[in-house]
Design a binder for this molecule. Structure first.
Ligand code: GLA
Length: 394
């Protein structure tokens, strides 16, 4: 019996009715552009979260996670929880938004959760949990909807129930991922496309295993700084609906009004949006060296302008870039800790990755976790017997 089914059986004494899987993601390029209405590209990972669900006869919701314990809550009182039960806010938030979107639930459910994703590594375990929940519950209660809508529902849960003002990058990539492809999202139009990447390239993730103590509030600070910068820019350019709708010359013309800090923040966002376009062009022409240079430039801008990098991430980026067959590297995700992603050729080896981790260990006395991964399928239901992902229509 599979791990998820065995875990469900152990907790609830019966077999589940639906299984769903949603992957974590790499943010390839487009840092903090998503909630600024811009462009972003990411890849779905092979690693992710699996959930198993079954309807109950009463109105309870009972949640059990292999790593984080169990919680029961009533369907009639869906409230965010604090402390050790915080993880339940992702599935409960999705449940609430699904109901608000029109899903009818007369009875509650039992849910078991297993994961192959590190938590807090910048690989979006929270979005994977949201999306796996959205897939499993919509199938369980017969609520028919497409994957873009499931991604939106999951993001809404995170914004409104969990209270994180994230954009749609994590949920969009987890929903639309394809093998050997990057998902490209236009976050104003909310359109999702895939770009193929050469099969002889690899992603290597170095999890710094360091997390900023106030990572959520640092993210919200950046979100608010971007809003303040936009409000100042809109006084002169009222036609700009988002920060990524501002041109470089327009930004330069408001340098004094913005002041140093907001100018740097806006510079990162405007530059990052251009970098997504530059990566697209370079990928189209097969110029992987140019792709790598843009990835490195993105990290530099994070370090200097957005200030969402920290010393350990800068070190990992420099160390991996010293190795042969590395195109480029950058922090991936929100920043303030978490992971660095390196984009490499196929000859980049485990020995090289270990050398990077050893240098990191020597410098900081911390073990970096190394994950070699490739772009994989997006979220979907799993067959109860075969447990292969069944891709939904968009
Ligand atoms: C986190 C958020 C995303 C995105 C990235 C930064 O992963 O969840 O929505 O803003 O940070 O690009």
């Amino acid at each position: 019996m599979s791990e998820i089914k065995a875990f469900f059986l152990k907790n609830f004494g019966c077999e589940p009715e639906q299984l769903a899987f949603a992957p974590g993601r790499i943010e390839f390029i487009g840092n903090h552009t998503d909630y600024n209405g811009g462009l972003v590209m990411g890849a779905a990972l092979a690693e992710g979260i699996t959930v198993a669900v079954k309807r109950r006869e009463d109105r309870s919701v009972s949640l059990a996670s292999e790593g984080s314990g169990s919680v029961a809550i009533s369907l009639d009182d869906l409230q965010p929880l604090k402390g050790a039960a915080f993880w339940t806010n992702y599935p409960i938030g999705v449940t609430k938004v699904l109901i608000e979107t029109g899903m009818r639930m007369s009875v509650g459910y039992d849910m078991a959760v297993t994961s192959t994703l590190p938590v807090g590594a910048g690989m979006s375990s929270s979005a994977a949990l949201e999306l796996a929940t959205a897939y499993a519950l919509s199938a369980l209660y017969g609520f028919e909807t497409g994957k873009a809508e499931l991604a939106r529902i999951s993001r809404k849960a995170e914004n409104e129930f969990v209270g994180m003002p994230c954009g749609i990058l994590d949920q969009g990539v987890s929903a639309f991922g394809q093998p050997n492809s990057l998902v490209r999202i236009d976050c104003t139009a909310e359109t999702f496309f895939t770009h193929s990447i050469p099969p002889d390239t690899r992603f290597w993730i170095f999890n710094s295993n360091v997390k900023h103590a106030l990572v959520d509030s640092a993210y919200k600070d950046r979100y608010n700084e971007c809003r303040r910068a936009l409000a100042i820019l809109q006084k002169k350019y009222p036609e700009a609906g988002t920060l990524t709708g501002i041109k470089r010359e327009q930004l330069e013309s408001c340098k004094t009004e913005l002041g140093d800090l907001l100018f740097r923040r806006a510079s990162h966002i405007v530059g990052e949006n251009d970098r997504v376009r530059a990566v697209e062009v370079a990928l189209e022409s097969g110029d992987l060296v140019a792709v790598g240079q843009v990835l490195n430039a993105s990290h530099e801008s994070s370090r200097l302008n957005f200030q969402n990098s920290i010393e350990v991430l800068d070190f990992l980026v420099r160390a991996v870039n010293k190795q042969p067959d590395v195109y480029g590297a950058r922090l991936t995700g929100g920043g303030f800790g978490g992971a660095v992603m390196a984009f490499t050729g196929e000859s980049f080896s485990e020995e090289q990755a270990n050398e990077v981790a050893q240098a990191y260990q020597n410098k900081f006395g911390i073990n970096a976790t190394i994950i070699q991964t490739s772009a994989s399928h997006g979220a979907g239901l799993l067959g109860l017997d075969s447990e292969t992902v069944q891709q939904a229509e968009s």
